[in-house]
Write a new protein. Sequence first.
Length: 406
Amino acid sequence: MDRASPPAAAPRVAVSPALAAWALALLLGLQPATTDIYLPALPLLARDLAAPMSGVQLTMSALILAFGIAQLVWGPVADRFGRRPVLLAGLTAYTLASIGGTLATSIEALVAWRVVQGATMAAAVVCARAMVRDLYEPVEGARVMSIGLSGLGIIAIAGPAAGGAIAALWGWRAALAAVAVCGAATLAFVVWRLPETLRARNPLATRPRPLLAAWSRIARHRTFVAWTLLISCTYGGLFTVLAASSFAYIDVLGLSPAAYGLAMASGSLAYLGGTFVCRRWIVRLGMVRAVGRAGAFTLAGGVAMAGLALAGVQSVWALLLPQWLYAFAHGVHQPCGQAGAVGPFPHAAGAASALAGFLLALVAFGVGTWLGSAIDGTVRPMAFGVGFWSLATATVAWTLVRRLAR
C-alpha cells in the first residue's frame, strides 16, 4: 500500500445527532423499502408474468448480488470524491431504475431493473455506514447507528403493511411505484439537508494497487472479521424471512397480502424494540456483551421455528412468534456490527463498509439461490433456514466477537 501519510483532515462537520439519525434512517431504509414493500406482491407478480419460482426468487437474489458487488465500487469512489456526490448520483439512478421496474413486461426485464436498483441502492448504504465513521468514534457511532436503525425499523414496519395494502388494491406494479417514490424522497432530503461529511478525500482510494492493499489489510483485521461475520450471519436469517415469508404465509398458510403485510410489520416492530434495547445495553454492557446477550434471543427464535416445523406444526403463530425473537436480536446485532466493522478504519471507512456489505450480500445471494429450489409448499424451507442462521449467529457472537472484537 502507498506509504504516504493520509491527507490532513479538516475539522469534523457540525451535523447534529438528530440530522445524522434522520440521514441514516432514510439511506439505510432504502434497503428494506426496496424489499419489504415488494414482498406482498411476489405471488401476484408470479401469476401476472407467468414466472417460475426460480425467476421470482431471482428478482430478490439478483438485486442483493448487484448490491454487494456495487459496494466494492461505490466505497472507494466515496473515499475519493466524497459522500455527497456519490449519494446524488446513486439515488438519481435508483429512482429511475425503480420506475423502469414498474413498467417491466417480463420477468427477465424486471430482473434486469432490479439489478440496477441493487447496484444504485449500494451507494446509499455504503455512504450511510461511512458517514457514521466520519462523524463519530466506534462506541458513539454504534449508539447513533442504533437511533438511525430505529428509524429504519419504522420504515420496515410500514413497508410490508403498505405494500400489502397497495398490492391488494392496485397490483404489484403499484407496489414498485411506491419504491420509486421512496427513492425520490430520499434524494430530495440529500439535496436539501445533508452536507458533505468526509473530512479528507483520499486521492489514492480508487487506484487498483492501493485499493487492493487496503482491502487485504481490512479483510485480515480481526475486529473487522468478527463483526462482519456477525452481521452476515444475522442478515442471512433475516433474508431467509424476506425471501420465503410471502410464500409461507400467503401460499401455505392462506393469509391475504394485507394480512401478510401486517404480520411482517409486527416483526419489524420487534426489530425496532431491539434497536431501543441496544442503546441501553451498549451503555451498560458494551458492544461485545450486548451482542452476546442478544445471541440467546437469536438462538431461541431460530431453534423454536425450526423445531416446530420439524414437528409438523404449520400455523401463523409457529412462524411469527419465533420471528419476533429473531428480529428483536437482529436489532441489537446490526448497530453494533455495522459500527464495529468500520471502526478501525477512519481513513478507509468507505472501503471497509463496502467490503463488509459485499460479504453480507454474498450470504444473502446464496440464501436466495437456495430458496429458489427449496421452496416446496411447506413452511420448512423458511423455518430450517432461520434455524441454521440462528445457530451461526449465536456461535459467532459467543466465540469470535468475544475473542477478537474487543
